[in-house]
Design a protein around this ligand. Sequence first.
Ligand code: ADE
Ligand code: ZN
Length: 372
Amino acid sequence: MTYSIKIKNILCVLLLGTATAQYPIAQSRDEMFQFISEMPKAELHVHLEGTMSPQTIVKLANRNGYSFFNNVEDVFESLENRAPGLGGFLQHHDKQVSVIQTENDFYTLTYDFLKNCFENNIVYVEFFFDPQIHSERGIAFESVLEGILKGKKAGEKNFNIKSNLIMCANREKSIESAMEILEKAKPYKNYIVGIGLDNGPENGNPPVKFTSFYQEAKRQGYYLTIHNDVDEANSVEHIWQAIDILKVDRLDHSINAIEDLSLVEEINNREIYIAASPVQRRRDPVPQDIGRIKFMLDHGMNVSLHSDDPGEFESGYLTKLLFNFQQAGHFSKRDMARFMLNAFKATWLEQADKDAYIKSFKKWAKENGVRI
Ligand code: ADE
Ligand code: ZN
């Protein structure tokens, strides 16, 4: 190594900081893209209803006789006109969800999503579905589930992707309504690995509102997670409630935890995994939350990265999201592999299956020059 290269490497280490110190030589964009796209992935935070591409939305809107999404430009316009934050997000989300009507639509959605997973080298996925946003439109719980399960079966067969469902209750709806979906889910228990809570607003709908839902779900053998969307009101207090009262196994988003170092310590002590989603909207210059997620990784938090609603964000599906996040935050290959190892560790698989995925992921990382 020549003297000037040595100096350059030392400067790189100083500039990039501790998280990237092991790989001081900058990777080329192409090499990094190849590394990220070939990386075997686990996707743990993705809403089936948010996976629809604008093309699929238009297809379903035409099929079901809706006139508000006649072409993809209509979809882009609705996406662009969203207000910031969770409220603005849900405005468009609810509108696009309304084009899904039949069991066959749920089949199409699930099959297309698993195809996308295959193209993104996702080998295992746990995906959310929201039965209440469909039952309130007159679609039976059973139609939703039968369509999803047919799509899942076909997707698994054609693309060799293992998947499990997470059933979300909506936090703006009543506890009684949440309890009802637990009852309805009983015949499908083998396919639903966990329960969650999403939608909003979060203000006025704290986690404790759903204590009995979480207790009953735990009693029935489900794993537990919960959305605490970023920068919503009372986020830190809600995360405390989620871990202390609901006793969740995982946290979704929950990035505001870093505002309270005793909460960070508690999450780490209890080995709770955090499924973050650094999405990017159309006009965002870079993905959201890079600095805060870097802080989490550097402070030993078990954080992983996911696509949330890939059809509705510029960040898109997982490979693109990870690559843009890496580029904007100057993360090393090792950092990116650590995020993904956290995802495999956070899965709700049988222990033997989880161990097999972790072993195979570590082998892949080693073969690609990364020790984790
Ligand atoms: N529904 C779909 N995506 C969501 C998110 N990120 N937060 C709350 N509800 C959602
Ligand atoms: Zn989400």
